[in-house]
Every structure is written in C-alpha cells, then in structure tokens.
Design a protein around this ligand. Structure first.
Ligand SMILES: C[S@@+](CC[C@H](N)C(=O)[O-])C[C@H]1O[C@@H](n2cnc3c(N)ncnc32)[C@H](O)[C@@H]1O
Length: 245
C-alpha cells in the first residue's frame, strides 16, 4: 500500500469512532432519510440490483440501500469504518457484504451499479478509480456536495456561519482532525469537487457522456431539519449527482 493510502486509512480508522455523530455524515431525520431514499431509488436500477458502494465508510448509503432490498457490497480502505458499518447492519438484521481494499483497484465485480458519496476528493488518482469502476459495474452514480473551497466565497461564508453557531452550541467538530496540507496537495479533487470538474472527469473516462442532477429534494429536507432559524437562514450546501452508464 502507498504512503498516501496509509495516511488516508489511518485518518479514517480514527475518525470511525465519531464519524456518525455528525448529522451531515449520518442523517437521522425521517424526512431527510425519505428524501435520500427517493433519490437513490430514482438514480439506481430497481432492487434487488447488486450495488457496489465504494468508500462506503460507516454505511450511510449501503444501509439505506440494503433497507430497500438492494444486494450491497460495501468497499472501503478503512477497517475501522467498515467495522462500524457491519455493526449497524447487524443491529438492523440487514445483509451487507463488507470488503476492505483500495477503490482505485477494487477486487470485486459484477455489479449493476456503483455508487459513492464524498470519496472522490480523497483519492490520489480519481480518474484511474473511475476507470476501474467501469470494469466492476454498469451504471455510475456519484453523490457529491459543493462545499468548502470548491463552492467559492458563498460556501466559505455559509461554512463559517454554521461553524460559529456550532461553537456557540458547544457542538463537536465533524472530524477528529483535518488532512495535512501535504496530504491534500496530493489529492487532485480536494477542495475542487465541482460539478464541472466531475462531469469532465467522468467524460474523459470510458464511462462517456455524463448526466448532472441537482439534489434539490435532499437539500430541502436537510434544511428543514436544521436546529435553528439562523441555521435555516444560512441554508445548506448544494448537493448533486453525476450519473453515467
Ligand atoms: C468522507 S468519508 C465518506 C463515507 C461514506 N461514503 C459517507 O457518505 O458517509 C470517505 C470514505 O472513503 C474511504 N476511502 C478513502 N480513500 C479510499 C480508497 N482509496 N479506497 C477505498 N476507500 C477509501 C475512507 O476510509 C472513508 O470511509
């Protein structure tokens, strides 16, 4: 395994202990979950299709899809994240296969669709990963958010506003730490996961023409669940999907 992969894996192995406490990582509002459920069902072939969730983490997508009757393989570099996912699936009596490995060269294939949420930014070679996923699956569904540096001044201000409100409420940060500047410098999409970048990247691979959709329903449902009027005034970051097949 490369030095970058080692650093990324160690980060997420530690983050696994607290990742799910952030509502942006692990939404629990029934309304937001319903909006995600409808979105996934619309973008994916119907259950019981075989779906590969790459960079599955603690299983936000994998568990929702298993609840809907999909046959899920959750693939991730971090044993810590996968262990959390497996515990959650077991608690609900859901069947989810977990496989540890590097998404750039997945050791599994034969899927009707591959999904990811918030993985691409942390890959050193996202184009190579997309190419590898095309061998593994027939449809590609990327679920992404336009936040941080990628979102420009508006998103920076929104983030600063939400951050200030969270500090006033004495809430914990979303992660135990941040990636180092040295590590981020080796990740071409870190802070640059824009719709333009991802559509171009997908179209530069063998996936070919991509479709882009704004996930308005998920944004609407997420905003409704924010804890205060001030949070709702600041709003939520744009979410979008890039689809190809
Ligand atoms: C931001 S988390 C997203 C987790 C999950 N998809 C979600 O939406 O909550 C990124 C995940 O990608 C995983 N990851 C990072 N690099 C990876 C790689 N090269 N191969 C597989 N998984 C990777 C991390 O271990 C982590 O679980």
């Amino acid at each position: 395994m490369s030095v970058i992969s080692d650093q990324v894996r160690s980060f997420w192995d530690i983050d696994a202990a607290t990742y799910d406490r952030s509502p942006s990582h692990n939404p629990t509002s029934t309304v937001e979950l319903a909006a995600w459920g409808a979105t996934l069902r619309r973008l994916l072939p119907p259950p019981p299709a075989r779906v590969l969730d790459v960079g599955a983490g603690t299983g936000f997508l994998a568990i929702q899809l298993a609840r809907q009757g999909y046959q899920i393989t959750a693939f991730d570099l971090s044993a810590g994240m996968l262990a959390r996912l497996a515990d959650k699936a077991r608690d609900e009596g859901l069947e989810v296969e977990t496989v540890q490995g590097d998404a750039t060269e997945p050791s599994v294939q034969g899927f009707e669709a591959v999904v990811e949420r918030h993985l691409l930014w942390t890959l050193p070679d996202p184009g190579r990963a997309l190419e590898a996923w095309h061998y593994a699956a027939e449809r590609l569904v990327l679920l992404e958010s336009l936040w941080g540096a990628a979102g420009g001044t508006g998103e920076r201000l929104r983030r600063a506003g939400h951050g200030a409100l969270r500090r006033i409420r004495k809430e914990q940060p979303d992660h135990h730490a941040e990636y180092s500047a040295e590590l981020r410098a080796q990740l071409p999409l870190a802070g640059r996961s824009t719709p333009e970048a991802l559509v171009s990247l997908v179209q530069s691979t063998s996936w070919g023409p991509a479709r882009l959709e704004r996930l308005w329903d998920v944004e609407w449902a997420t905003r409704r669940g924010l804890p205060s009027g001030l949070d709702r005034l600041l709003g939520v970051s744009p979410r979008y999907a890039v689809i190809a097949q």
